[in-house]
Design a protein around this ligand. Structure first.
Ligand SMILES: NC(=O)c1ccc[n+]([C@@H]2O[C@H](COP(=O)([O-])OP(=O)(O)OC[C@H]3O[C@@H](n4cnc5c(N)ncnc54)[C@H](OP(=O)(O)O)[C@@H]3O)[C@@H](O)[C@H]2O)c1
Length: 299
């Protein structure tokens, strides 16, 4: 089974590469990783170049393409909407069009930021999207563009939330650094979602291929947290693991206290129950996942 991965140098891309199953559906897996710069075993692919995205599919004719690459700088996207749209909507559109012709399948990774957060209860996969910012709008456009060219069983859209891991740019690693540098930190306590560790997310992506799951799916770790709760847990578990000697005191603040260019959903929990069943993966509480990731940071 031939599988292309985009964004191979990103958080999810690296986790996917660490957990490649030897065999899927009885066939040995042949992996073709791509990243912006190429190198380290990956082909170079600029996701803003739709023609290059189409050509890659036409050349390799993959059984699956996991589109883990994305323009993920939520605030910067507000001032670079065209680039964000080219990467987040143009690339999935090009992949889907090319896969329609070759007969391969697309796993399009998407985000909780396609929702406006006003609902106050977990979002089901079939609910209408209403993004608040450019990043969410371009990811939603990527979902629609993929769905315009491909239907089940050729398309799976997997939305996830608050992704972090032992590598890359993320909230965990930023907090660990700031908690060493500062005496006090203010962290937003009125945005609620669920942290999702890259290793579990990668496992879910591979399970999509193993079980041939299609349609819109939701995946996050289990439970709920504010960014403040997440930060407090990082301080506690980081100290237990010996990563932090004397962590900064963490103070809860409001979104209004910490203005950002992009508006974020205040509540973006995803209802993952159907997807967990389809992928045959049990829930893992986000705090337990965090403990495991902190172990990887120490190791
Ligand atoms: N991070 C989150 O909190 C979060 C939450 C919900 C959903 N998601 C979704 O989950 C998926 C994986 O995200 P992640 O956390 O792994 O993101 P990430 O660490 O930012 O990785 C994204 C990768 O895409 C690459 N990329 C960006 N623009 C590119 C371009 N023009 N050409 C080629 N590559 C390009 C980046 O390369 P460079 O490093 O060179 O820029 C980076 O390696 C994405 O679809 C994202 O939308 C993420």
């Amino acid at each position: 089974m031939k599988v292309i991965i985009t964004g191979a140098a990103g958080q999810l891309g690296q986790a996917l590469r660490c957990r490649v199953p030897a065999v899927i559906a009885g066939e040995p897996v042949e992996l073709i990783p791509t990243s912006r710069a190429g190198g380290q075993g990956a082909l170079a692919l600029d996701l803003a170049d739709a023609a290059a995205c189409r050509a890659l599919v036409q050349q390799h004719k993959p059984d699956w393409l996991i589109n883990a690459g994305a323009y993920t700088a939520v605030d910067k996207a507000e001032s670079e909407p065209e680039l964000a749209r080219a990467v987040n909507a143009g690339a999935p559109a090009a992949f889907a069009e090319a896969l329609q012709a070759t007969g391969g399948r697309l796993l399009q990774v998407s985000t909780d930021f396609v929702f406006n957060g006003a609902q106050g209860s977990p979002y089901r996969p079939d609910q209408p999207v209403d993004p608040l910012g450019v990043y969410g709008a371009t990811k939603a456009a990527g979902e629609s563009a993929a769905a315009a060219a491909l239907t089940a069983p050729q398309l799976c859209i997997l939305r996830t939330s608050w992704v972090y891991g032992p590598l890359g740019k993320n909230f965990l690693l930023t907090m660990l650094r700031l908690m060493r540098e500062r005496e006090q930190l203010g962290v937003v306590a009125d945005q609620v979602g669920c942290p999702t560790a890259t290793q579990g997310l990668a496992q879910a992506c591979w399970a999509v291929l193993e079980h041939g799951v299609s349609g819109v799916q939701h995946w996050s770790d289990a439970g709920a947290a504010s960014w403040y709760d997440f930060a407090v847990a990082i301080a506690e578990l980081g100290q237990v693991a010996g990563l932090l000697e004397n962590p900064a005191r963490i103070n809860p603040i409001t979104t209004a206290d910490y203005p950002t260019p992009a508006q974020r959903p205040s509540y973006s929990l995803l209802d993952c129950s159907g997807t967990r069943q389809a992928l045959q993966l049990p829930p893992l509480h986000w705090r337990e996942a965090l403990r495991q990731v902190i172990g990887d940071v120490v190791a």
